[in-house]
Design a protein around this ligand. Structure first.
Ligand SMILES: C[S@@+](CC[C@H](N)C(=O)[O-])C[C@H]1O[C@@H](n2cnc3c(N)ncnc32)[C@H](O)[C@@H]1O
Length: 494
């Protein structure tokens, strides 16, 4: 059941009333096979067998058009607090809101003892190679001596708990990724690889983090283990690849701490190059196990394309990509006509990825700085002063460079006369200091992408106090069946 390589689809805008979700005419064949909704309550037929227990998708039973209408209403209510001069635009939903999560994190846990084992007749399954016997000894901290093979569970956590619901399918996870997590469970069972026990801190395999390249179809599997030694790791990779041929690389991540944090710091590549490539907005991105990369690629394209249209980039535009992560927004801006882009993020490894992504795409007009976004913006505001007419003079075309300290500034040879600021902060939003400094640079436009509209509204009020008003508010549904809504605001000087 390897999922065929899928191209993005369904980027049409929808509102509660105009949605082209389940009932729209542009459905793809996959979607058309899904049972139709609905009754007066807008409830979907009970298609997800885990919906009453799973903590993942609280709205999976609600018809998708109704979900969109609900989100639209919530956004209108929220932004009404701001006395906007423009309406909230119809939310951009998905034509096929299923299997959209290209990154899947699956825990492994011991289940009940099998009947045979409980009665003392247990045979260890699978091949009995020397490697696998070694595997039992070294990775099975609860191994044969503790008596009895156990069922291995993988799936999702029950609402508000750490109790695992074993699940063979999930309506939002990428199907290839799910296939990988189940294949790992089956290999573990056959080869007596012991799942991690959260209570005792023993066992070997803790999680699998599977990332599927939406366009490329390449699959990165990160196996998180409780221990460094991974006996028979080559055989494990071979067997995984045999079961799911789409797997292109396997990484072992070692996390020996008793913590809810999934990934540890140490890693080694077991198979393949250690990263996958994927295409987004026409650019190729390198994704490794620790890279931040949006999980819904289809809607990320919708989000970025909308942001680029709002930014109105031109050959004289200087763009800042604040909170840039691996540089995706800035690189798309650099490839779509901005003269110069500077990205900033506080995570060093994300900046390393952003630079790598720039090189990889042959983009020379984008630079990336590891720094706190507020400190960066304040320092920039001190160094570069607008002349009051939204113009930054050529001498002030300072492009931040360098790794040491926050940054050093050097003049850029590019002539630009307008500044556009993209900002995509974490859920907590930005800071008043960032916003003050940003506005003091007299940007022509600020494109504010938010995964938490509540903090966005708070920040937009701060922008308003600095003379910038929202001229467009565009919600995007990045996470169907959940309460989350992403929102892009375009801000312009009054
Ligand atoms: C929502 S993500 C956006 C990533 C990126 N724009 C994208 O679309 O993939 C927020 C980013 O803000 C970064 N971040 C969080 N706090 C920060 C800070 N104080 N200064 C700079 N970056 C920060 C995180 O590392 C993360 O990459």
């Amino acid at each position: 059941m390897t999922e065929p390589k899928r191209r993005p689809h369904g980027r049409r805008g929808t509102s509660g009333n105009q949605s082209r979700g389940n009932n729209g005419k542009r459905e793809n064949p996959k979607q058309a096979q899904l049972p139709r909704s609905k009754g007066k309550t807008g409830k979907q037929p009970h298609r997800c067998p885990y919906s009453d227990r799973c903590g993942g998708c609280s709205a999976i039973e609600v018809d998708y058009n109704r979900q969109l209408a609900r989100k639209q209403h919530e956004m209108e209510q929220l932004y009404a607090l701001m006395a906007l001069e423009v309406p909230v635009e119809p939310i951009l939903g998905m034509a096929c809101p299923y299997h959209y999560r290209d990154k899947v994190i699956s825990p492994y846990a011991p289940g009940r003892k099998s009947k045979d084992e409980a009665q003392g007749h247990g045979q260890r399954g699978g091949k009995s190679t020397a490697d696998q016997q070694g595997n039992r000894k070294r990775t099975g901290k609860e191994g044969s001596a503790s008596g009895g093979r156990r069922e291995i569970l993988t799936g999702m956590y029950e609402k508000g708990t750490h109790r695992l619901i074993p699940a063979e399918k999930c309506l939002v996870e990428n199907e290839t990724a799910k296939q990988v997590t189940l294949a790992i469970r089956d290999i573990m069972a056959r080869w007596d690889m012991i799942p991690y026990n959260e209570d005792t801190g023993t066992g070997f395999v803790r999680h699998a983090v599977v990332r599927v390249g939406h366009e490329s179809g390449e699959v990165l599997v990160t196996v998180v283990t409780n221990d460094e030694a991974f006996p028979a790791s080559k055989a494990f990779c071979r067997e995984l690849k045999r079961r799911v041929p789409a797997v292109t690389t396997v990484v072992q991540n070692i996390n020996s701490r008793q913590t809810n944090v999934i990934l540890g710091e140490r890693e080694r590549v077991l198979y393949g190059p250690g990263f996958i490539l994927d295409t987004l907005c026409g650019l190729s991105f390198r994704i490794s196990s620790q890279s931040f990369y949006q999980v819904n690629s289809t809607q990320t394209e919708v989000l970025y394309n909308t942001a680029m249209a709002m930014a109105q980039l031109g050959p004289r535009t200087w763009a800042i990509d604040a909170y840039c992560g691996t540089g995706t927004i800035g690189l798309v801006a650099a490839s779509r006509g901005a003269a110069q882009v500077v990205g900033v993020d506080s995570v060093e490894s994300a900046i390393a990825d952003a630079r790598q992504n720039a090189r990889h795409n042959g983009i020379e007009n984008a630079q990336f700085i590891a720094a706190d976004a507020t400190a960066f913006m304040e320092e920039l505001a001190e160094t570069v002063t607008g002349d009051g007419d939204n113009v930054i003079t050529p001498a002030e075309h300072a492009v931040a460079q360098g790794d040491g300290g926050i940054m050093t500034l050097s003049p850029s040879p590019v002539t630009t006369d307008e500044l556009v600021i993209f900002m995509d902060p974490p859920r907590a939003g930005s800071t008043p200091q960032f916003i003050r400094a940003a506005c003091s640079l007299h940007p022509a436009r600020v494109v504010y992408i938010s995964c938490n509209p509540k903090t966005q509204v708070r920040d937009l009020e701060q922008f308003a106090s600095q003379g910038y008003r929202a001229t467009r508010i565009q919600p995007v549904d990045m996470f169907p069946h959940t309460p989350h809504t992403e929102c892009i605001a375009l801000l312009e000087p009054r």
